[in-house]
Design a protein around this ligand. Structure first.
Ligand SMILES: Cc1cc2nc3c(=O)[nH]c(=O)nc-3n(C[C@H](O)[C@H](O)[C@H](O)COP(=O)(O)OP(=O)(O)OC[C@H]3O[C@@H](n4cnc5c(N)ncnc54)[C@H](O)[C@@H]3O)c2cc1C
Length: 382
């Protein structure tokens, strides 16, 4: 056997890539899987570190459990914009686990399961060793995506740091919406070990439509929304977020895209780890299925991801467009405060693969009818 001939080569070993390898080896332990990353693990990644319960459920479906061990579950969520706020208990807890820990644990599991990890910066798809299937899990600036000629949709830019958790924010995920280009919000997620992940992000202007926000501006917005965070914080790190759109694209062929490389971050909340894990599992399974039963890997992957997320992505696209109107965000917060079921449904839409519910639409409509639609104005000053 040629050592440089693989069944599956995965470019990028973040949650999307490591999960691709784990899912493929779960389906077929004899598969020859090469996992490449430009960094050794553990490595840091700019992120809010919020890991939705849906991630653990998906990982359990491929036999991966316990990656959250030693970290504290957290079930309180506060959503606020200006004077409006709702604080509720989420039906299932999230975990806030530094990516330096979480991602390294997944890579370790993939290697334990038989994947070969190699540190290598991939400059072009042509440089890769021979493989039946190549998965692009190389994040927001994916080389594999560029090779496929796919552009990118809307993007956000966010910065995060770590700061001591004030006593009144223990056990809570706080999200405070700002006034600039939506989605724009600050967060403080308690890790449970005395520190919180704090940060701020906002939508980037489209090409040619203005300058991206500077680091100073992002930190200034964070300070306005969560006073005291900037002086208390350290380890600041920023990164792009490729937000999902109305329709998700995956060409036929042997090159599959997952996670951020596939342009999959929830445009309402900036959450992408769930999609990374869910699409990683789909890609790993598509690689095995095409090998065992034939069929085009790209087509199999496209079908699986659209079946799983297609309608949800349309709903989050609509929700994120509606959230450009502050009156709708305020209305949503009020409805969630009155109605626990709507609160739960918003959590599912923002963290998992939920939909816009009839109950939320009815609640919003009756609130807007009372307040008068003329108060709607476009959000963000850009
Ligand atoms: C500030 C911020 C806050 C966020 N907060 C949250 C949150 O709280 N919860 C949530 O769910 N999501 C959050 N996200 C989104 C989340 O970070 C991403 O969706 C997630 O990291 C996607 O995982 P991935 O595996 O696709 O990509 P990544 O985690 O980016 O992993 C890609 C990997 O590919 C490697 N790589 C890249 N290029 C190459 C190359 N050319 N050759 C070899 N290797 C390469 C990188 O080293 C990296 O390890 C946030 C994002 C940002 C920026």
């Amino acid at each position: 056997m040629n050592a440089e001939s693989w069944d599956l080569v995965v470019v990028g070993a973040g949650p999307a890539g490591a999960t691709t390898a784990l899912a493929a080896l779960h389906a077929d332990p004899s598969l020859r899987v090469l996992l490449l990353d430009r960094s050794d693990f553990p490595r840091d990644k700019s992120c809010g570190d919020g890991i939705a319960p849906h991630c653990f459920e998906k990982l359990a479906s491929i036999g991966v459990t316990g990656v959250e061990d030693g970290w504290t579950p957290l079930d309180r969520l506060e959503l606020a914009r200006g004077e409006e706020s709702v604080v509720g208990t989420m039906a299932r807890p999230v975990y806030v686990i530094p990516r330096e820990v979480f991602d390294a644990r997944l890579v370790e599991r993939a290697v334990d399961r038989g994947a070969t990890f190699r540190r290598q910066r991939v400059g072009s798809v042509a440089d890769l060793p021979d493989a039946a299937v190549v998965v692009g899990a190389d994040g927001a600036h994916s080389v594999v995506r560029a090779h496929l000629g796919l552009g990118h949709g809307r993007r956000a830019l966010a910065i995060r740091g770590y700061a001591p958790t004030p006593p009144d924010r223990r056990g809570t995920q706080v999200i405070r919406y700002g006034e600039r280009r939506q989605p724009a919000y600050a967060w403080a997620f308690d890790r449970g070990d005395g520190l919180s992940n704090v940060g701020y992000g906002e939508l980037l202007p489209a090409d040619g439509e203005g300058d991206p926000p500077s680091r100073a501006l992002l930190l200034d917005q964070l300070e306005q929304l969560l006073p005291g965070s900037v002086a208390a914080g350290e380890h600041w790190k920023g990164h792009h977020l490729p937000l999902s759109g109305w329709r998700w694209e995956q060409p036929d062929g042997r090159l599959l895209l997952v996670g951020d490389a596939a342009g999959l971050i929830n445009p309402m909340t900036g959450e992408g780890i769930y999609y990374a894990i869910a699409t990683g599992i789909a890609a790993g399974r598509a690689a095995v299925r095409s090998r065992q039963q034939g069929g085009d890997p790209g087509a199999l992957h496209r079908e699986a991801v659209r079946g799983m997320l297609g309608r949800h992505l349309k709903h989050t696209w609509v929700a994120s467009r509606l959230a450009e109107y502050p009156v709708i965000v305020d209305g949503g917060i009020r409805v969630a405060r009155r109605d626990g079921q709507v609160f739960d449904q918003l959590v599912e839409l923002g963290l998992g693969d939920g939909r816009i519910s009839g109950r939320l639409v009815r609640g919003l409509a009756s609130g807007l009818a009372r307040k008068g639609l003329r108060r709607i104005r476009p959000g963000g000053v850009g």
